[in-house]
Design a protein around this ligand. Structure first.
Ligand SMILES: Cc1ncc(COP(=O)(O)O)c(C=O)c1O
Length: 461
């Protein structure tokens, strides 16, 4: 007789609840019904002084939690840049949770260490970045930006004869920082965290698609950090990397330059034969931030930083203590990023990369781009204004005026067939449609477009 295991019993209960949820992820409305949100009040009845059993906790999550979840994995969620989760990533993630490995050091978990190293190599390869680069996994693109930008800051200041580790930042040589006026908010926060105030950043103007204007680049001399973008969060368009980097590197005075690319979703364009021209020259940078939880459809907490200068990354991120010493040749995740203890994040990423392969990833990225194009076609044909021609997975449209646009977004969200967000683009309200769940089908796009257009027609009627 096997020994009874509460873990297995609860895992079965959780799997059953997950099964019930997954069965509704395509059928039910995308956003929770108002009564499901109201029912969340029941959760507050459980207090520290009146705890419940484990079975009761799972029951609450099943009956109160699942109905209030946003069905962002069922093909018709187009909000923010929130991806879905692929079947193999879900399965691998469940197993990885059962393993509960600490991914900080290979000695803590041989399996986590092995998959971390393999997934990191595949990541550099599939994104077609320079082979000497090293990848490391972190919580998201914000943290990947912090990691890459801090490594770059330390590197250029070191080249200028200043050691941030011992000397700090006060009194350091002036660091020139260039970013576009369309830099993502996570970059602005990163700069703050890195001790770089916005007054010392040159924000270069962008064009009508949100791309940094090469003709507006400042002359650079001395230690310089340039932060570029693959995939504007509204338009999906990217900075002209080759022209920018060539111009910055050909400055009249010798330049000590580090280029970091925020490519939270846009970097994936480089993995496809049909779209990589939209990020031409991105491989000329020194570090890159991207996400597995956006377009790759890994579970959340799947950021990736990639750095062309492994020694510089390690120098900025390493922690040394006798009890966590690692041999020099060994890849230790805690010395390649900000965290020490960490979920073994590479496991679901490895499962996706290993099963989809180069061709599969290229095909899913391409498919999302085609869906975004179809949205523009359908909504444009219905009379909406397409504000930027889709090149990746973002479609940006507007209906009549600001007020109508906001009303169409609200009506679409309330109808529940799909979920889309609102934004302000160059002073005008717009609807943002981000095709980031790779389970979206052509039929989902048609149904979503129909719901959007009928919401608009109902408003006019
Ligand atoms: C261009 C860009 N950079 C950075 C981020 C931040 O990514 P994360 O939410 O994974 O920290 C986002 C999120 O949407 C993004 O679109």
């Amino acid at each position: 007789m096997p020994t009874p295991s509460p873990k297995i019993d609860l895992l079965h209960a959780a799997t059953k609840a997950a099964e019930r949820y997954i069965e509704t992820e395509r059928a039910a409305r995308v956003s929770p019904a108002p009564e499901s949100i109201e029912a969340l009040d029941q959760l507050a009845r459980v207090t520290l002084d009146a705890p419940i059993t484990a079975t009761e906790a799972l029951d609450l999550l099943d009956h109160v939690g699942s109905p209030a979840a946003m069905r962002s994995t069922g093909g018709r969620y187009f909000g923010f840049v929130n991806g879905g989760v692929t079947p193999v990533a879900l399965g691998a993630s469940v197993l990885a949770t059962a393993w509960d490995q600490n991914g900080a050091l290979p000695v803590m978990s041989p399996i986590a260490g092995a998959l971390d190293a393999l997934a990191a190599e595949m990541m550099v390869d599939v994104l077609r970045l320079p082979p000497e680069s090293i990848a490391s996994f972190c919580g998201g693109a914000t943290l990947a930006n912090v990691t890459g930008i801090v490594a770059g800051r330390d590197h250029v200041l070191e080249q200028a004869g200043w050691d941030v580790h011992t000397q700090g930042l006060a009194g350091a040589p002036a660091l020139h920082v260039i970013a576009s006026d369309e830099a993502h908010v996570s970059v602005l926060k990163t700069l703050r965290v890195a001790g770089i105030g916005s007054n010392s950043v040159t924000f270069v103007p962008t064009d009508e698609l949100g791309r940094l204007r090469v003709d507006e680049l400042p002359e650079v001399t001395g230690p310089t950090l340039a932060i570029l973008q693959a995939g504007n969060v509204n338009t999906g368009h990217s900075d002209p990397f080759r022209a920018i980097i060539d111009q910055l590197r050909s400055g009249t005075e010798a330049t000590n330059l580090w280029v970091h690319v925020d490519g939270a979703f846009g970097l994936w364009a480089n993995a496809t034969p049909n779209r990589h021209q939209h990020v031409d020259g991105v491989d000329l940078a020194d570090s890159w931030a991207t996400d597995g939880h956006k377009w790759l459809n890994a579970p959340y907490d799947s950021g990736v930083v990639i750095c062309r200068h492994p020694k510089s990354l390690k120098r900025s991120m390493a922690m040394d203590a006798a009890y966590v010493e690692t041999p020099d040749h060994e890849r230790a995740p805690m010395n390649l990023g900000l965290q020490m203890s960490q979920r073994a994040r590479a496991i679901p990423l490895w499962a996706i990369l290993a099963t989809e392969g180069r061709a599969g990833i290229a095909a899913t990225i391409e498919q999302s781009c085609q869906h975004a194009e179809r949205f523009a076609e359908l909504l444009g044909a219905a009379g909406a204004t397409v504000l930027a021609p889709p090149v990746l997975n973002q479609t940006l449209v507007r209906f009549d005026d600001d007020q109508t646009t906001d009303a169409v977004v609200a009506a679409t969200q309330a109808a529940g067939v799909c979920w889309v967000g609102a934004t302000t683009w160059q002073g005008q309200r717009a609807m943002r449609i981000s095709v980031s769940d790779t389970s979206t089908t052509a039929a989902d796009v048609e149904a979503a477009a129909e719901s959007i257009v009928s919401g608009w027609r109902n408003l006019s009627a």
